[in-house]
Design a protein. Structure first.
Length: 311
């Protein structure tokens, strides 16, 4: 059995079979993530070195595809609903993160990475502010490991709490978009809950992701960085174009449902890839104080936004 698992060709074939399976309706988003993680733990990921460059691209393509399932009025209503909650939650998390960093005596760059990742959009926000605050490679890796771990937990916990509290599709979609860090997990959890929740969660989350730009500008001022380029999430523009095409070109109606189905399959595959890049070694590298800081931030934004939504 050990020789079977260690055989490189066997592991590659098994990986490809699971990846194809995740493209089918048989596998939900949380299960896709769990399969990827189980593969990484028990067999190892034979493609780990090459996957990272494709994960973000596949996620972005999938998100743009979901735009063909939305009409402009739906997107505007969703964005308007989550605007104030987005602003309040971002400010709250960034301020609280600063004080928690002081209390737990974390390195300033690590504390800032955890705060930005929780406040805006997980790994994307961490990647955006990293060139500005110039953290060490270890600090970036640690922040990403913590954020991805909490994202993975959220993918299972959020739908369970949503059903327990009998949240509506609109309420759950909004809660996902504000309370979960990374776009992939937001969309994954919302798609598990329902199509209406998915539409709202995707729109609000991408509107939230645009806050990378003002937060990056403020970060440059705080850390007194000059000549640093800001990473703008251009794929959000393509998502908006997809919505406009779906709204004003009725001829696309015959294709939009198929494109949306393919986009959801692409998302499942993305989550499988993400799960397969996690490992027990990565989880063991997470320190107690950074983890506690991130968990407190996550609980604050999750509980606070949920109370606001169901008030």
């Amino acid at each position: 059995m050990k020789d079977f698992i260690q055989n490189e060709m066997t592991r590659k074939v098994f990986f490809i079979v699971l990846a194809v399976l995740c493209l089918t309706p048989l596998i939900s988003s949380p299960i896709a993530l769990a399969l990827g993680f189980a593969l990484a733990v028990f067999m190892g990921n034979p493609f780990e070195k090459h996957l990272h460059q494709y994960i973000h691209l596949l996620l972005q393509i999938s998100i743009v595809g979901l735009g063909f399932g939305l009409k402009l009025d739906e997107a505007l209503n969703a964005g308007k609903t989550g605007l104030m909650l987005t602003i309040v939650s971002i400010v709250t998390v960034m301020v609280l993160g600063y004080f928690l960093g002081k209390i737990f005596k974390l390195e300033r760059p690590l504390s800032y990475l955890l705060s930005a990742g929780t406040a805006i959009c997980g790994g994307s926000a961490i990647a955006a502010v990293s060139p500005i605050i110039k953290p060490s490679t270890k600090q970036i890796s640690l922040a990403l490991a913590i954020v991805f771990t909490l994202n993975s937990i959220a993918l299972f916990v959020y739908p369970a709490i949503g059903h327990l509290l009998n949240l509506s599709q609109e309420q759950f979609g909004l809660w996902c978009a504000v309370g979960i860090h990374d776009t992939s997990s937001v969309v994954g959890a919302a798609s598990k809950y329902g199509d209406e929740a998915l539409k709202i969660a995707t729109t609000v989350k991408l509107a939230r992701a645009l806050w990378i730009i003002p937060v990056s500008l403020i970060t440059m001022f705080i850390f007194k960085s000059k000549g640093t380029k800001i990473k703008i999430p251009w794929f959000i523009g393509y998502f908006i174009i997809a919505i406009l095409l779906n709204t004003y070109f009725p001829v696309l109606d015959r294709f939009s449902s198929s494109i949306t189905v393919l986009a959801k399959s692409g998302l499942n595959l993305t989550l499988f890839f993400i799960g397969s890049t996690l490992s027990l070694q990565t989880l063991k590298s997470i320190g107690l104080k950074p983890l506690l800081t991130a968990v407190l931030l996550w609980i604050t934004i999750s509980a606070g936004s949920l109370l606001y939504i169901i008030r």
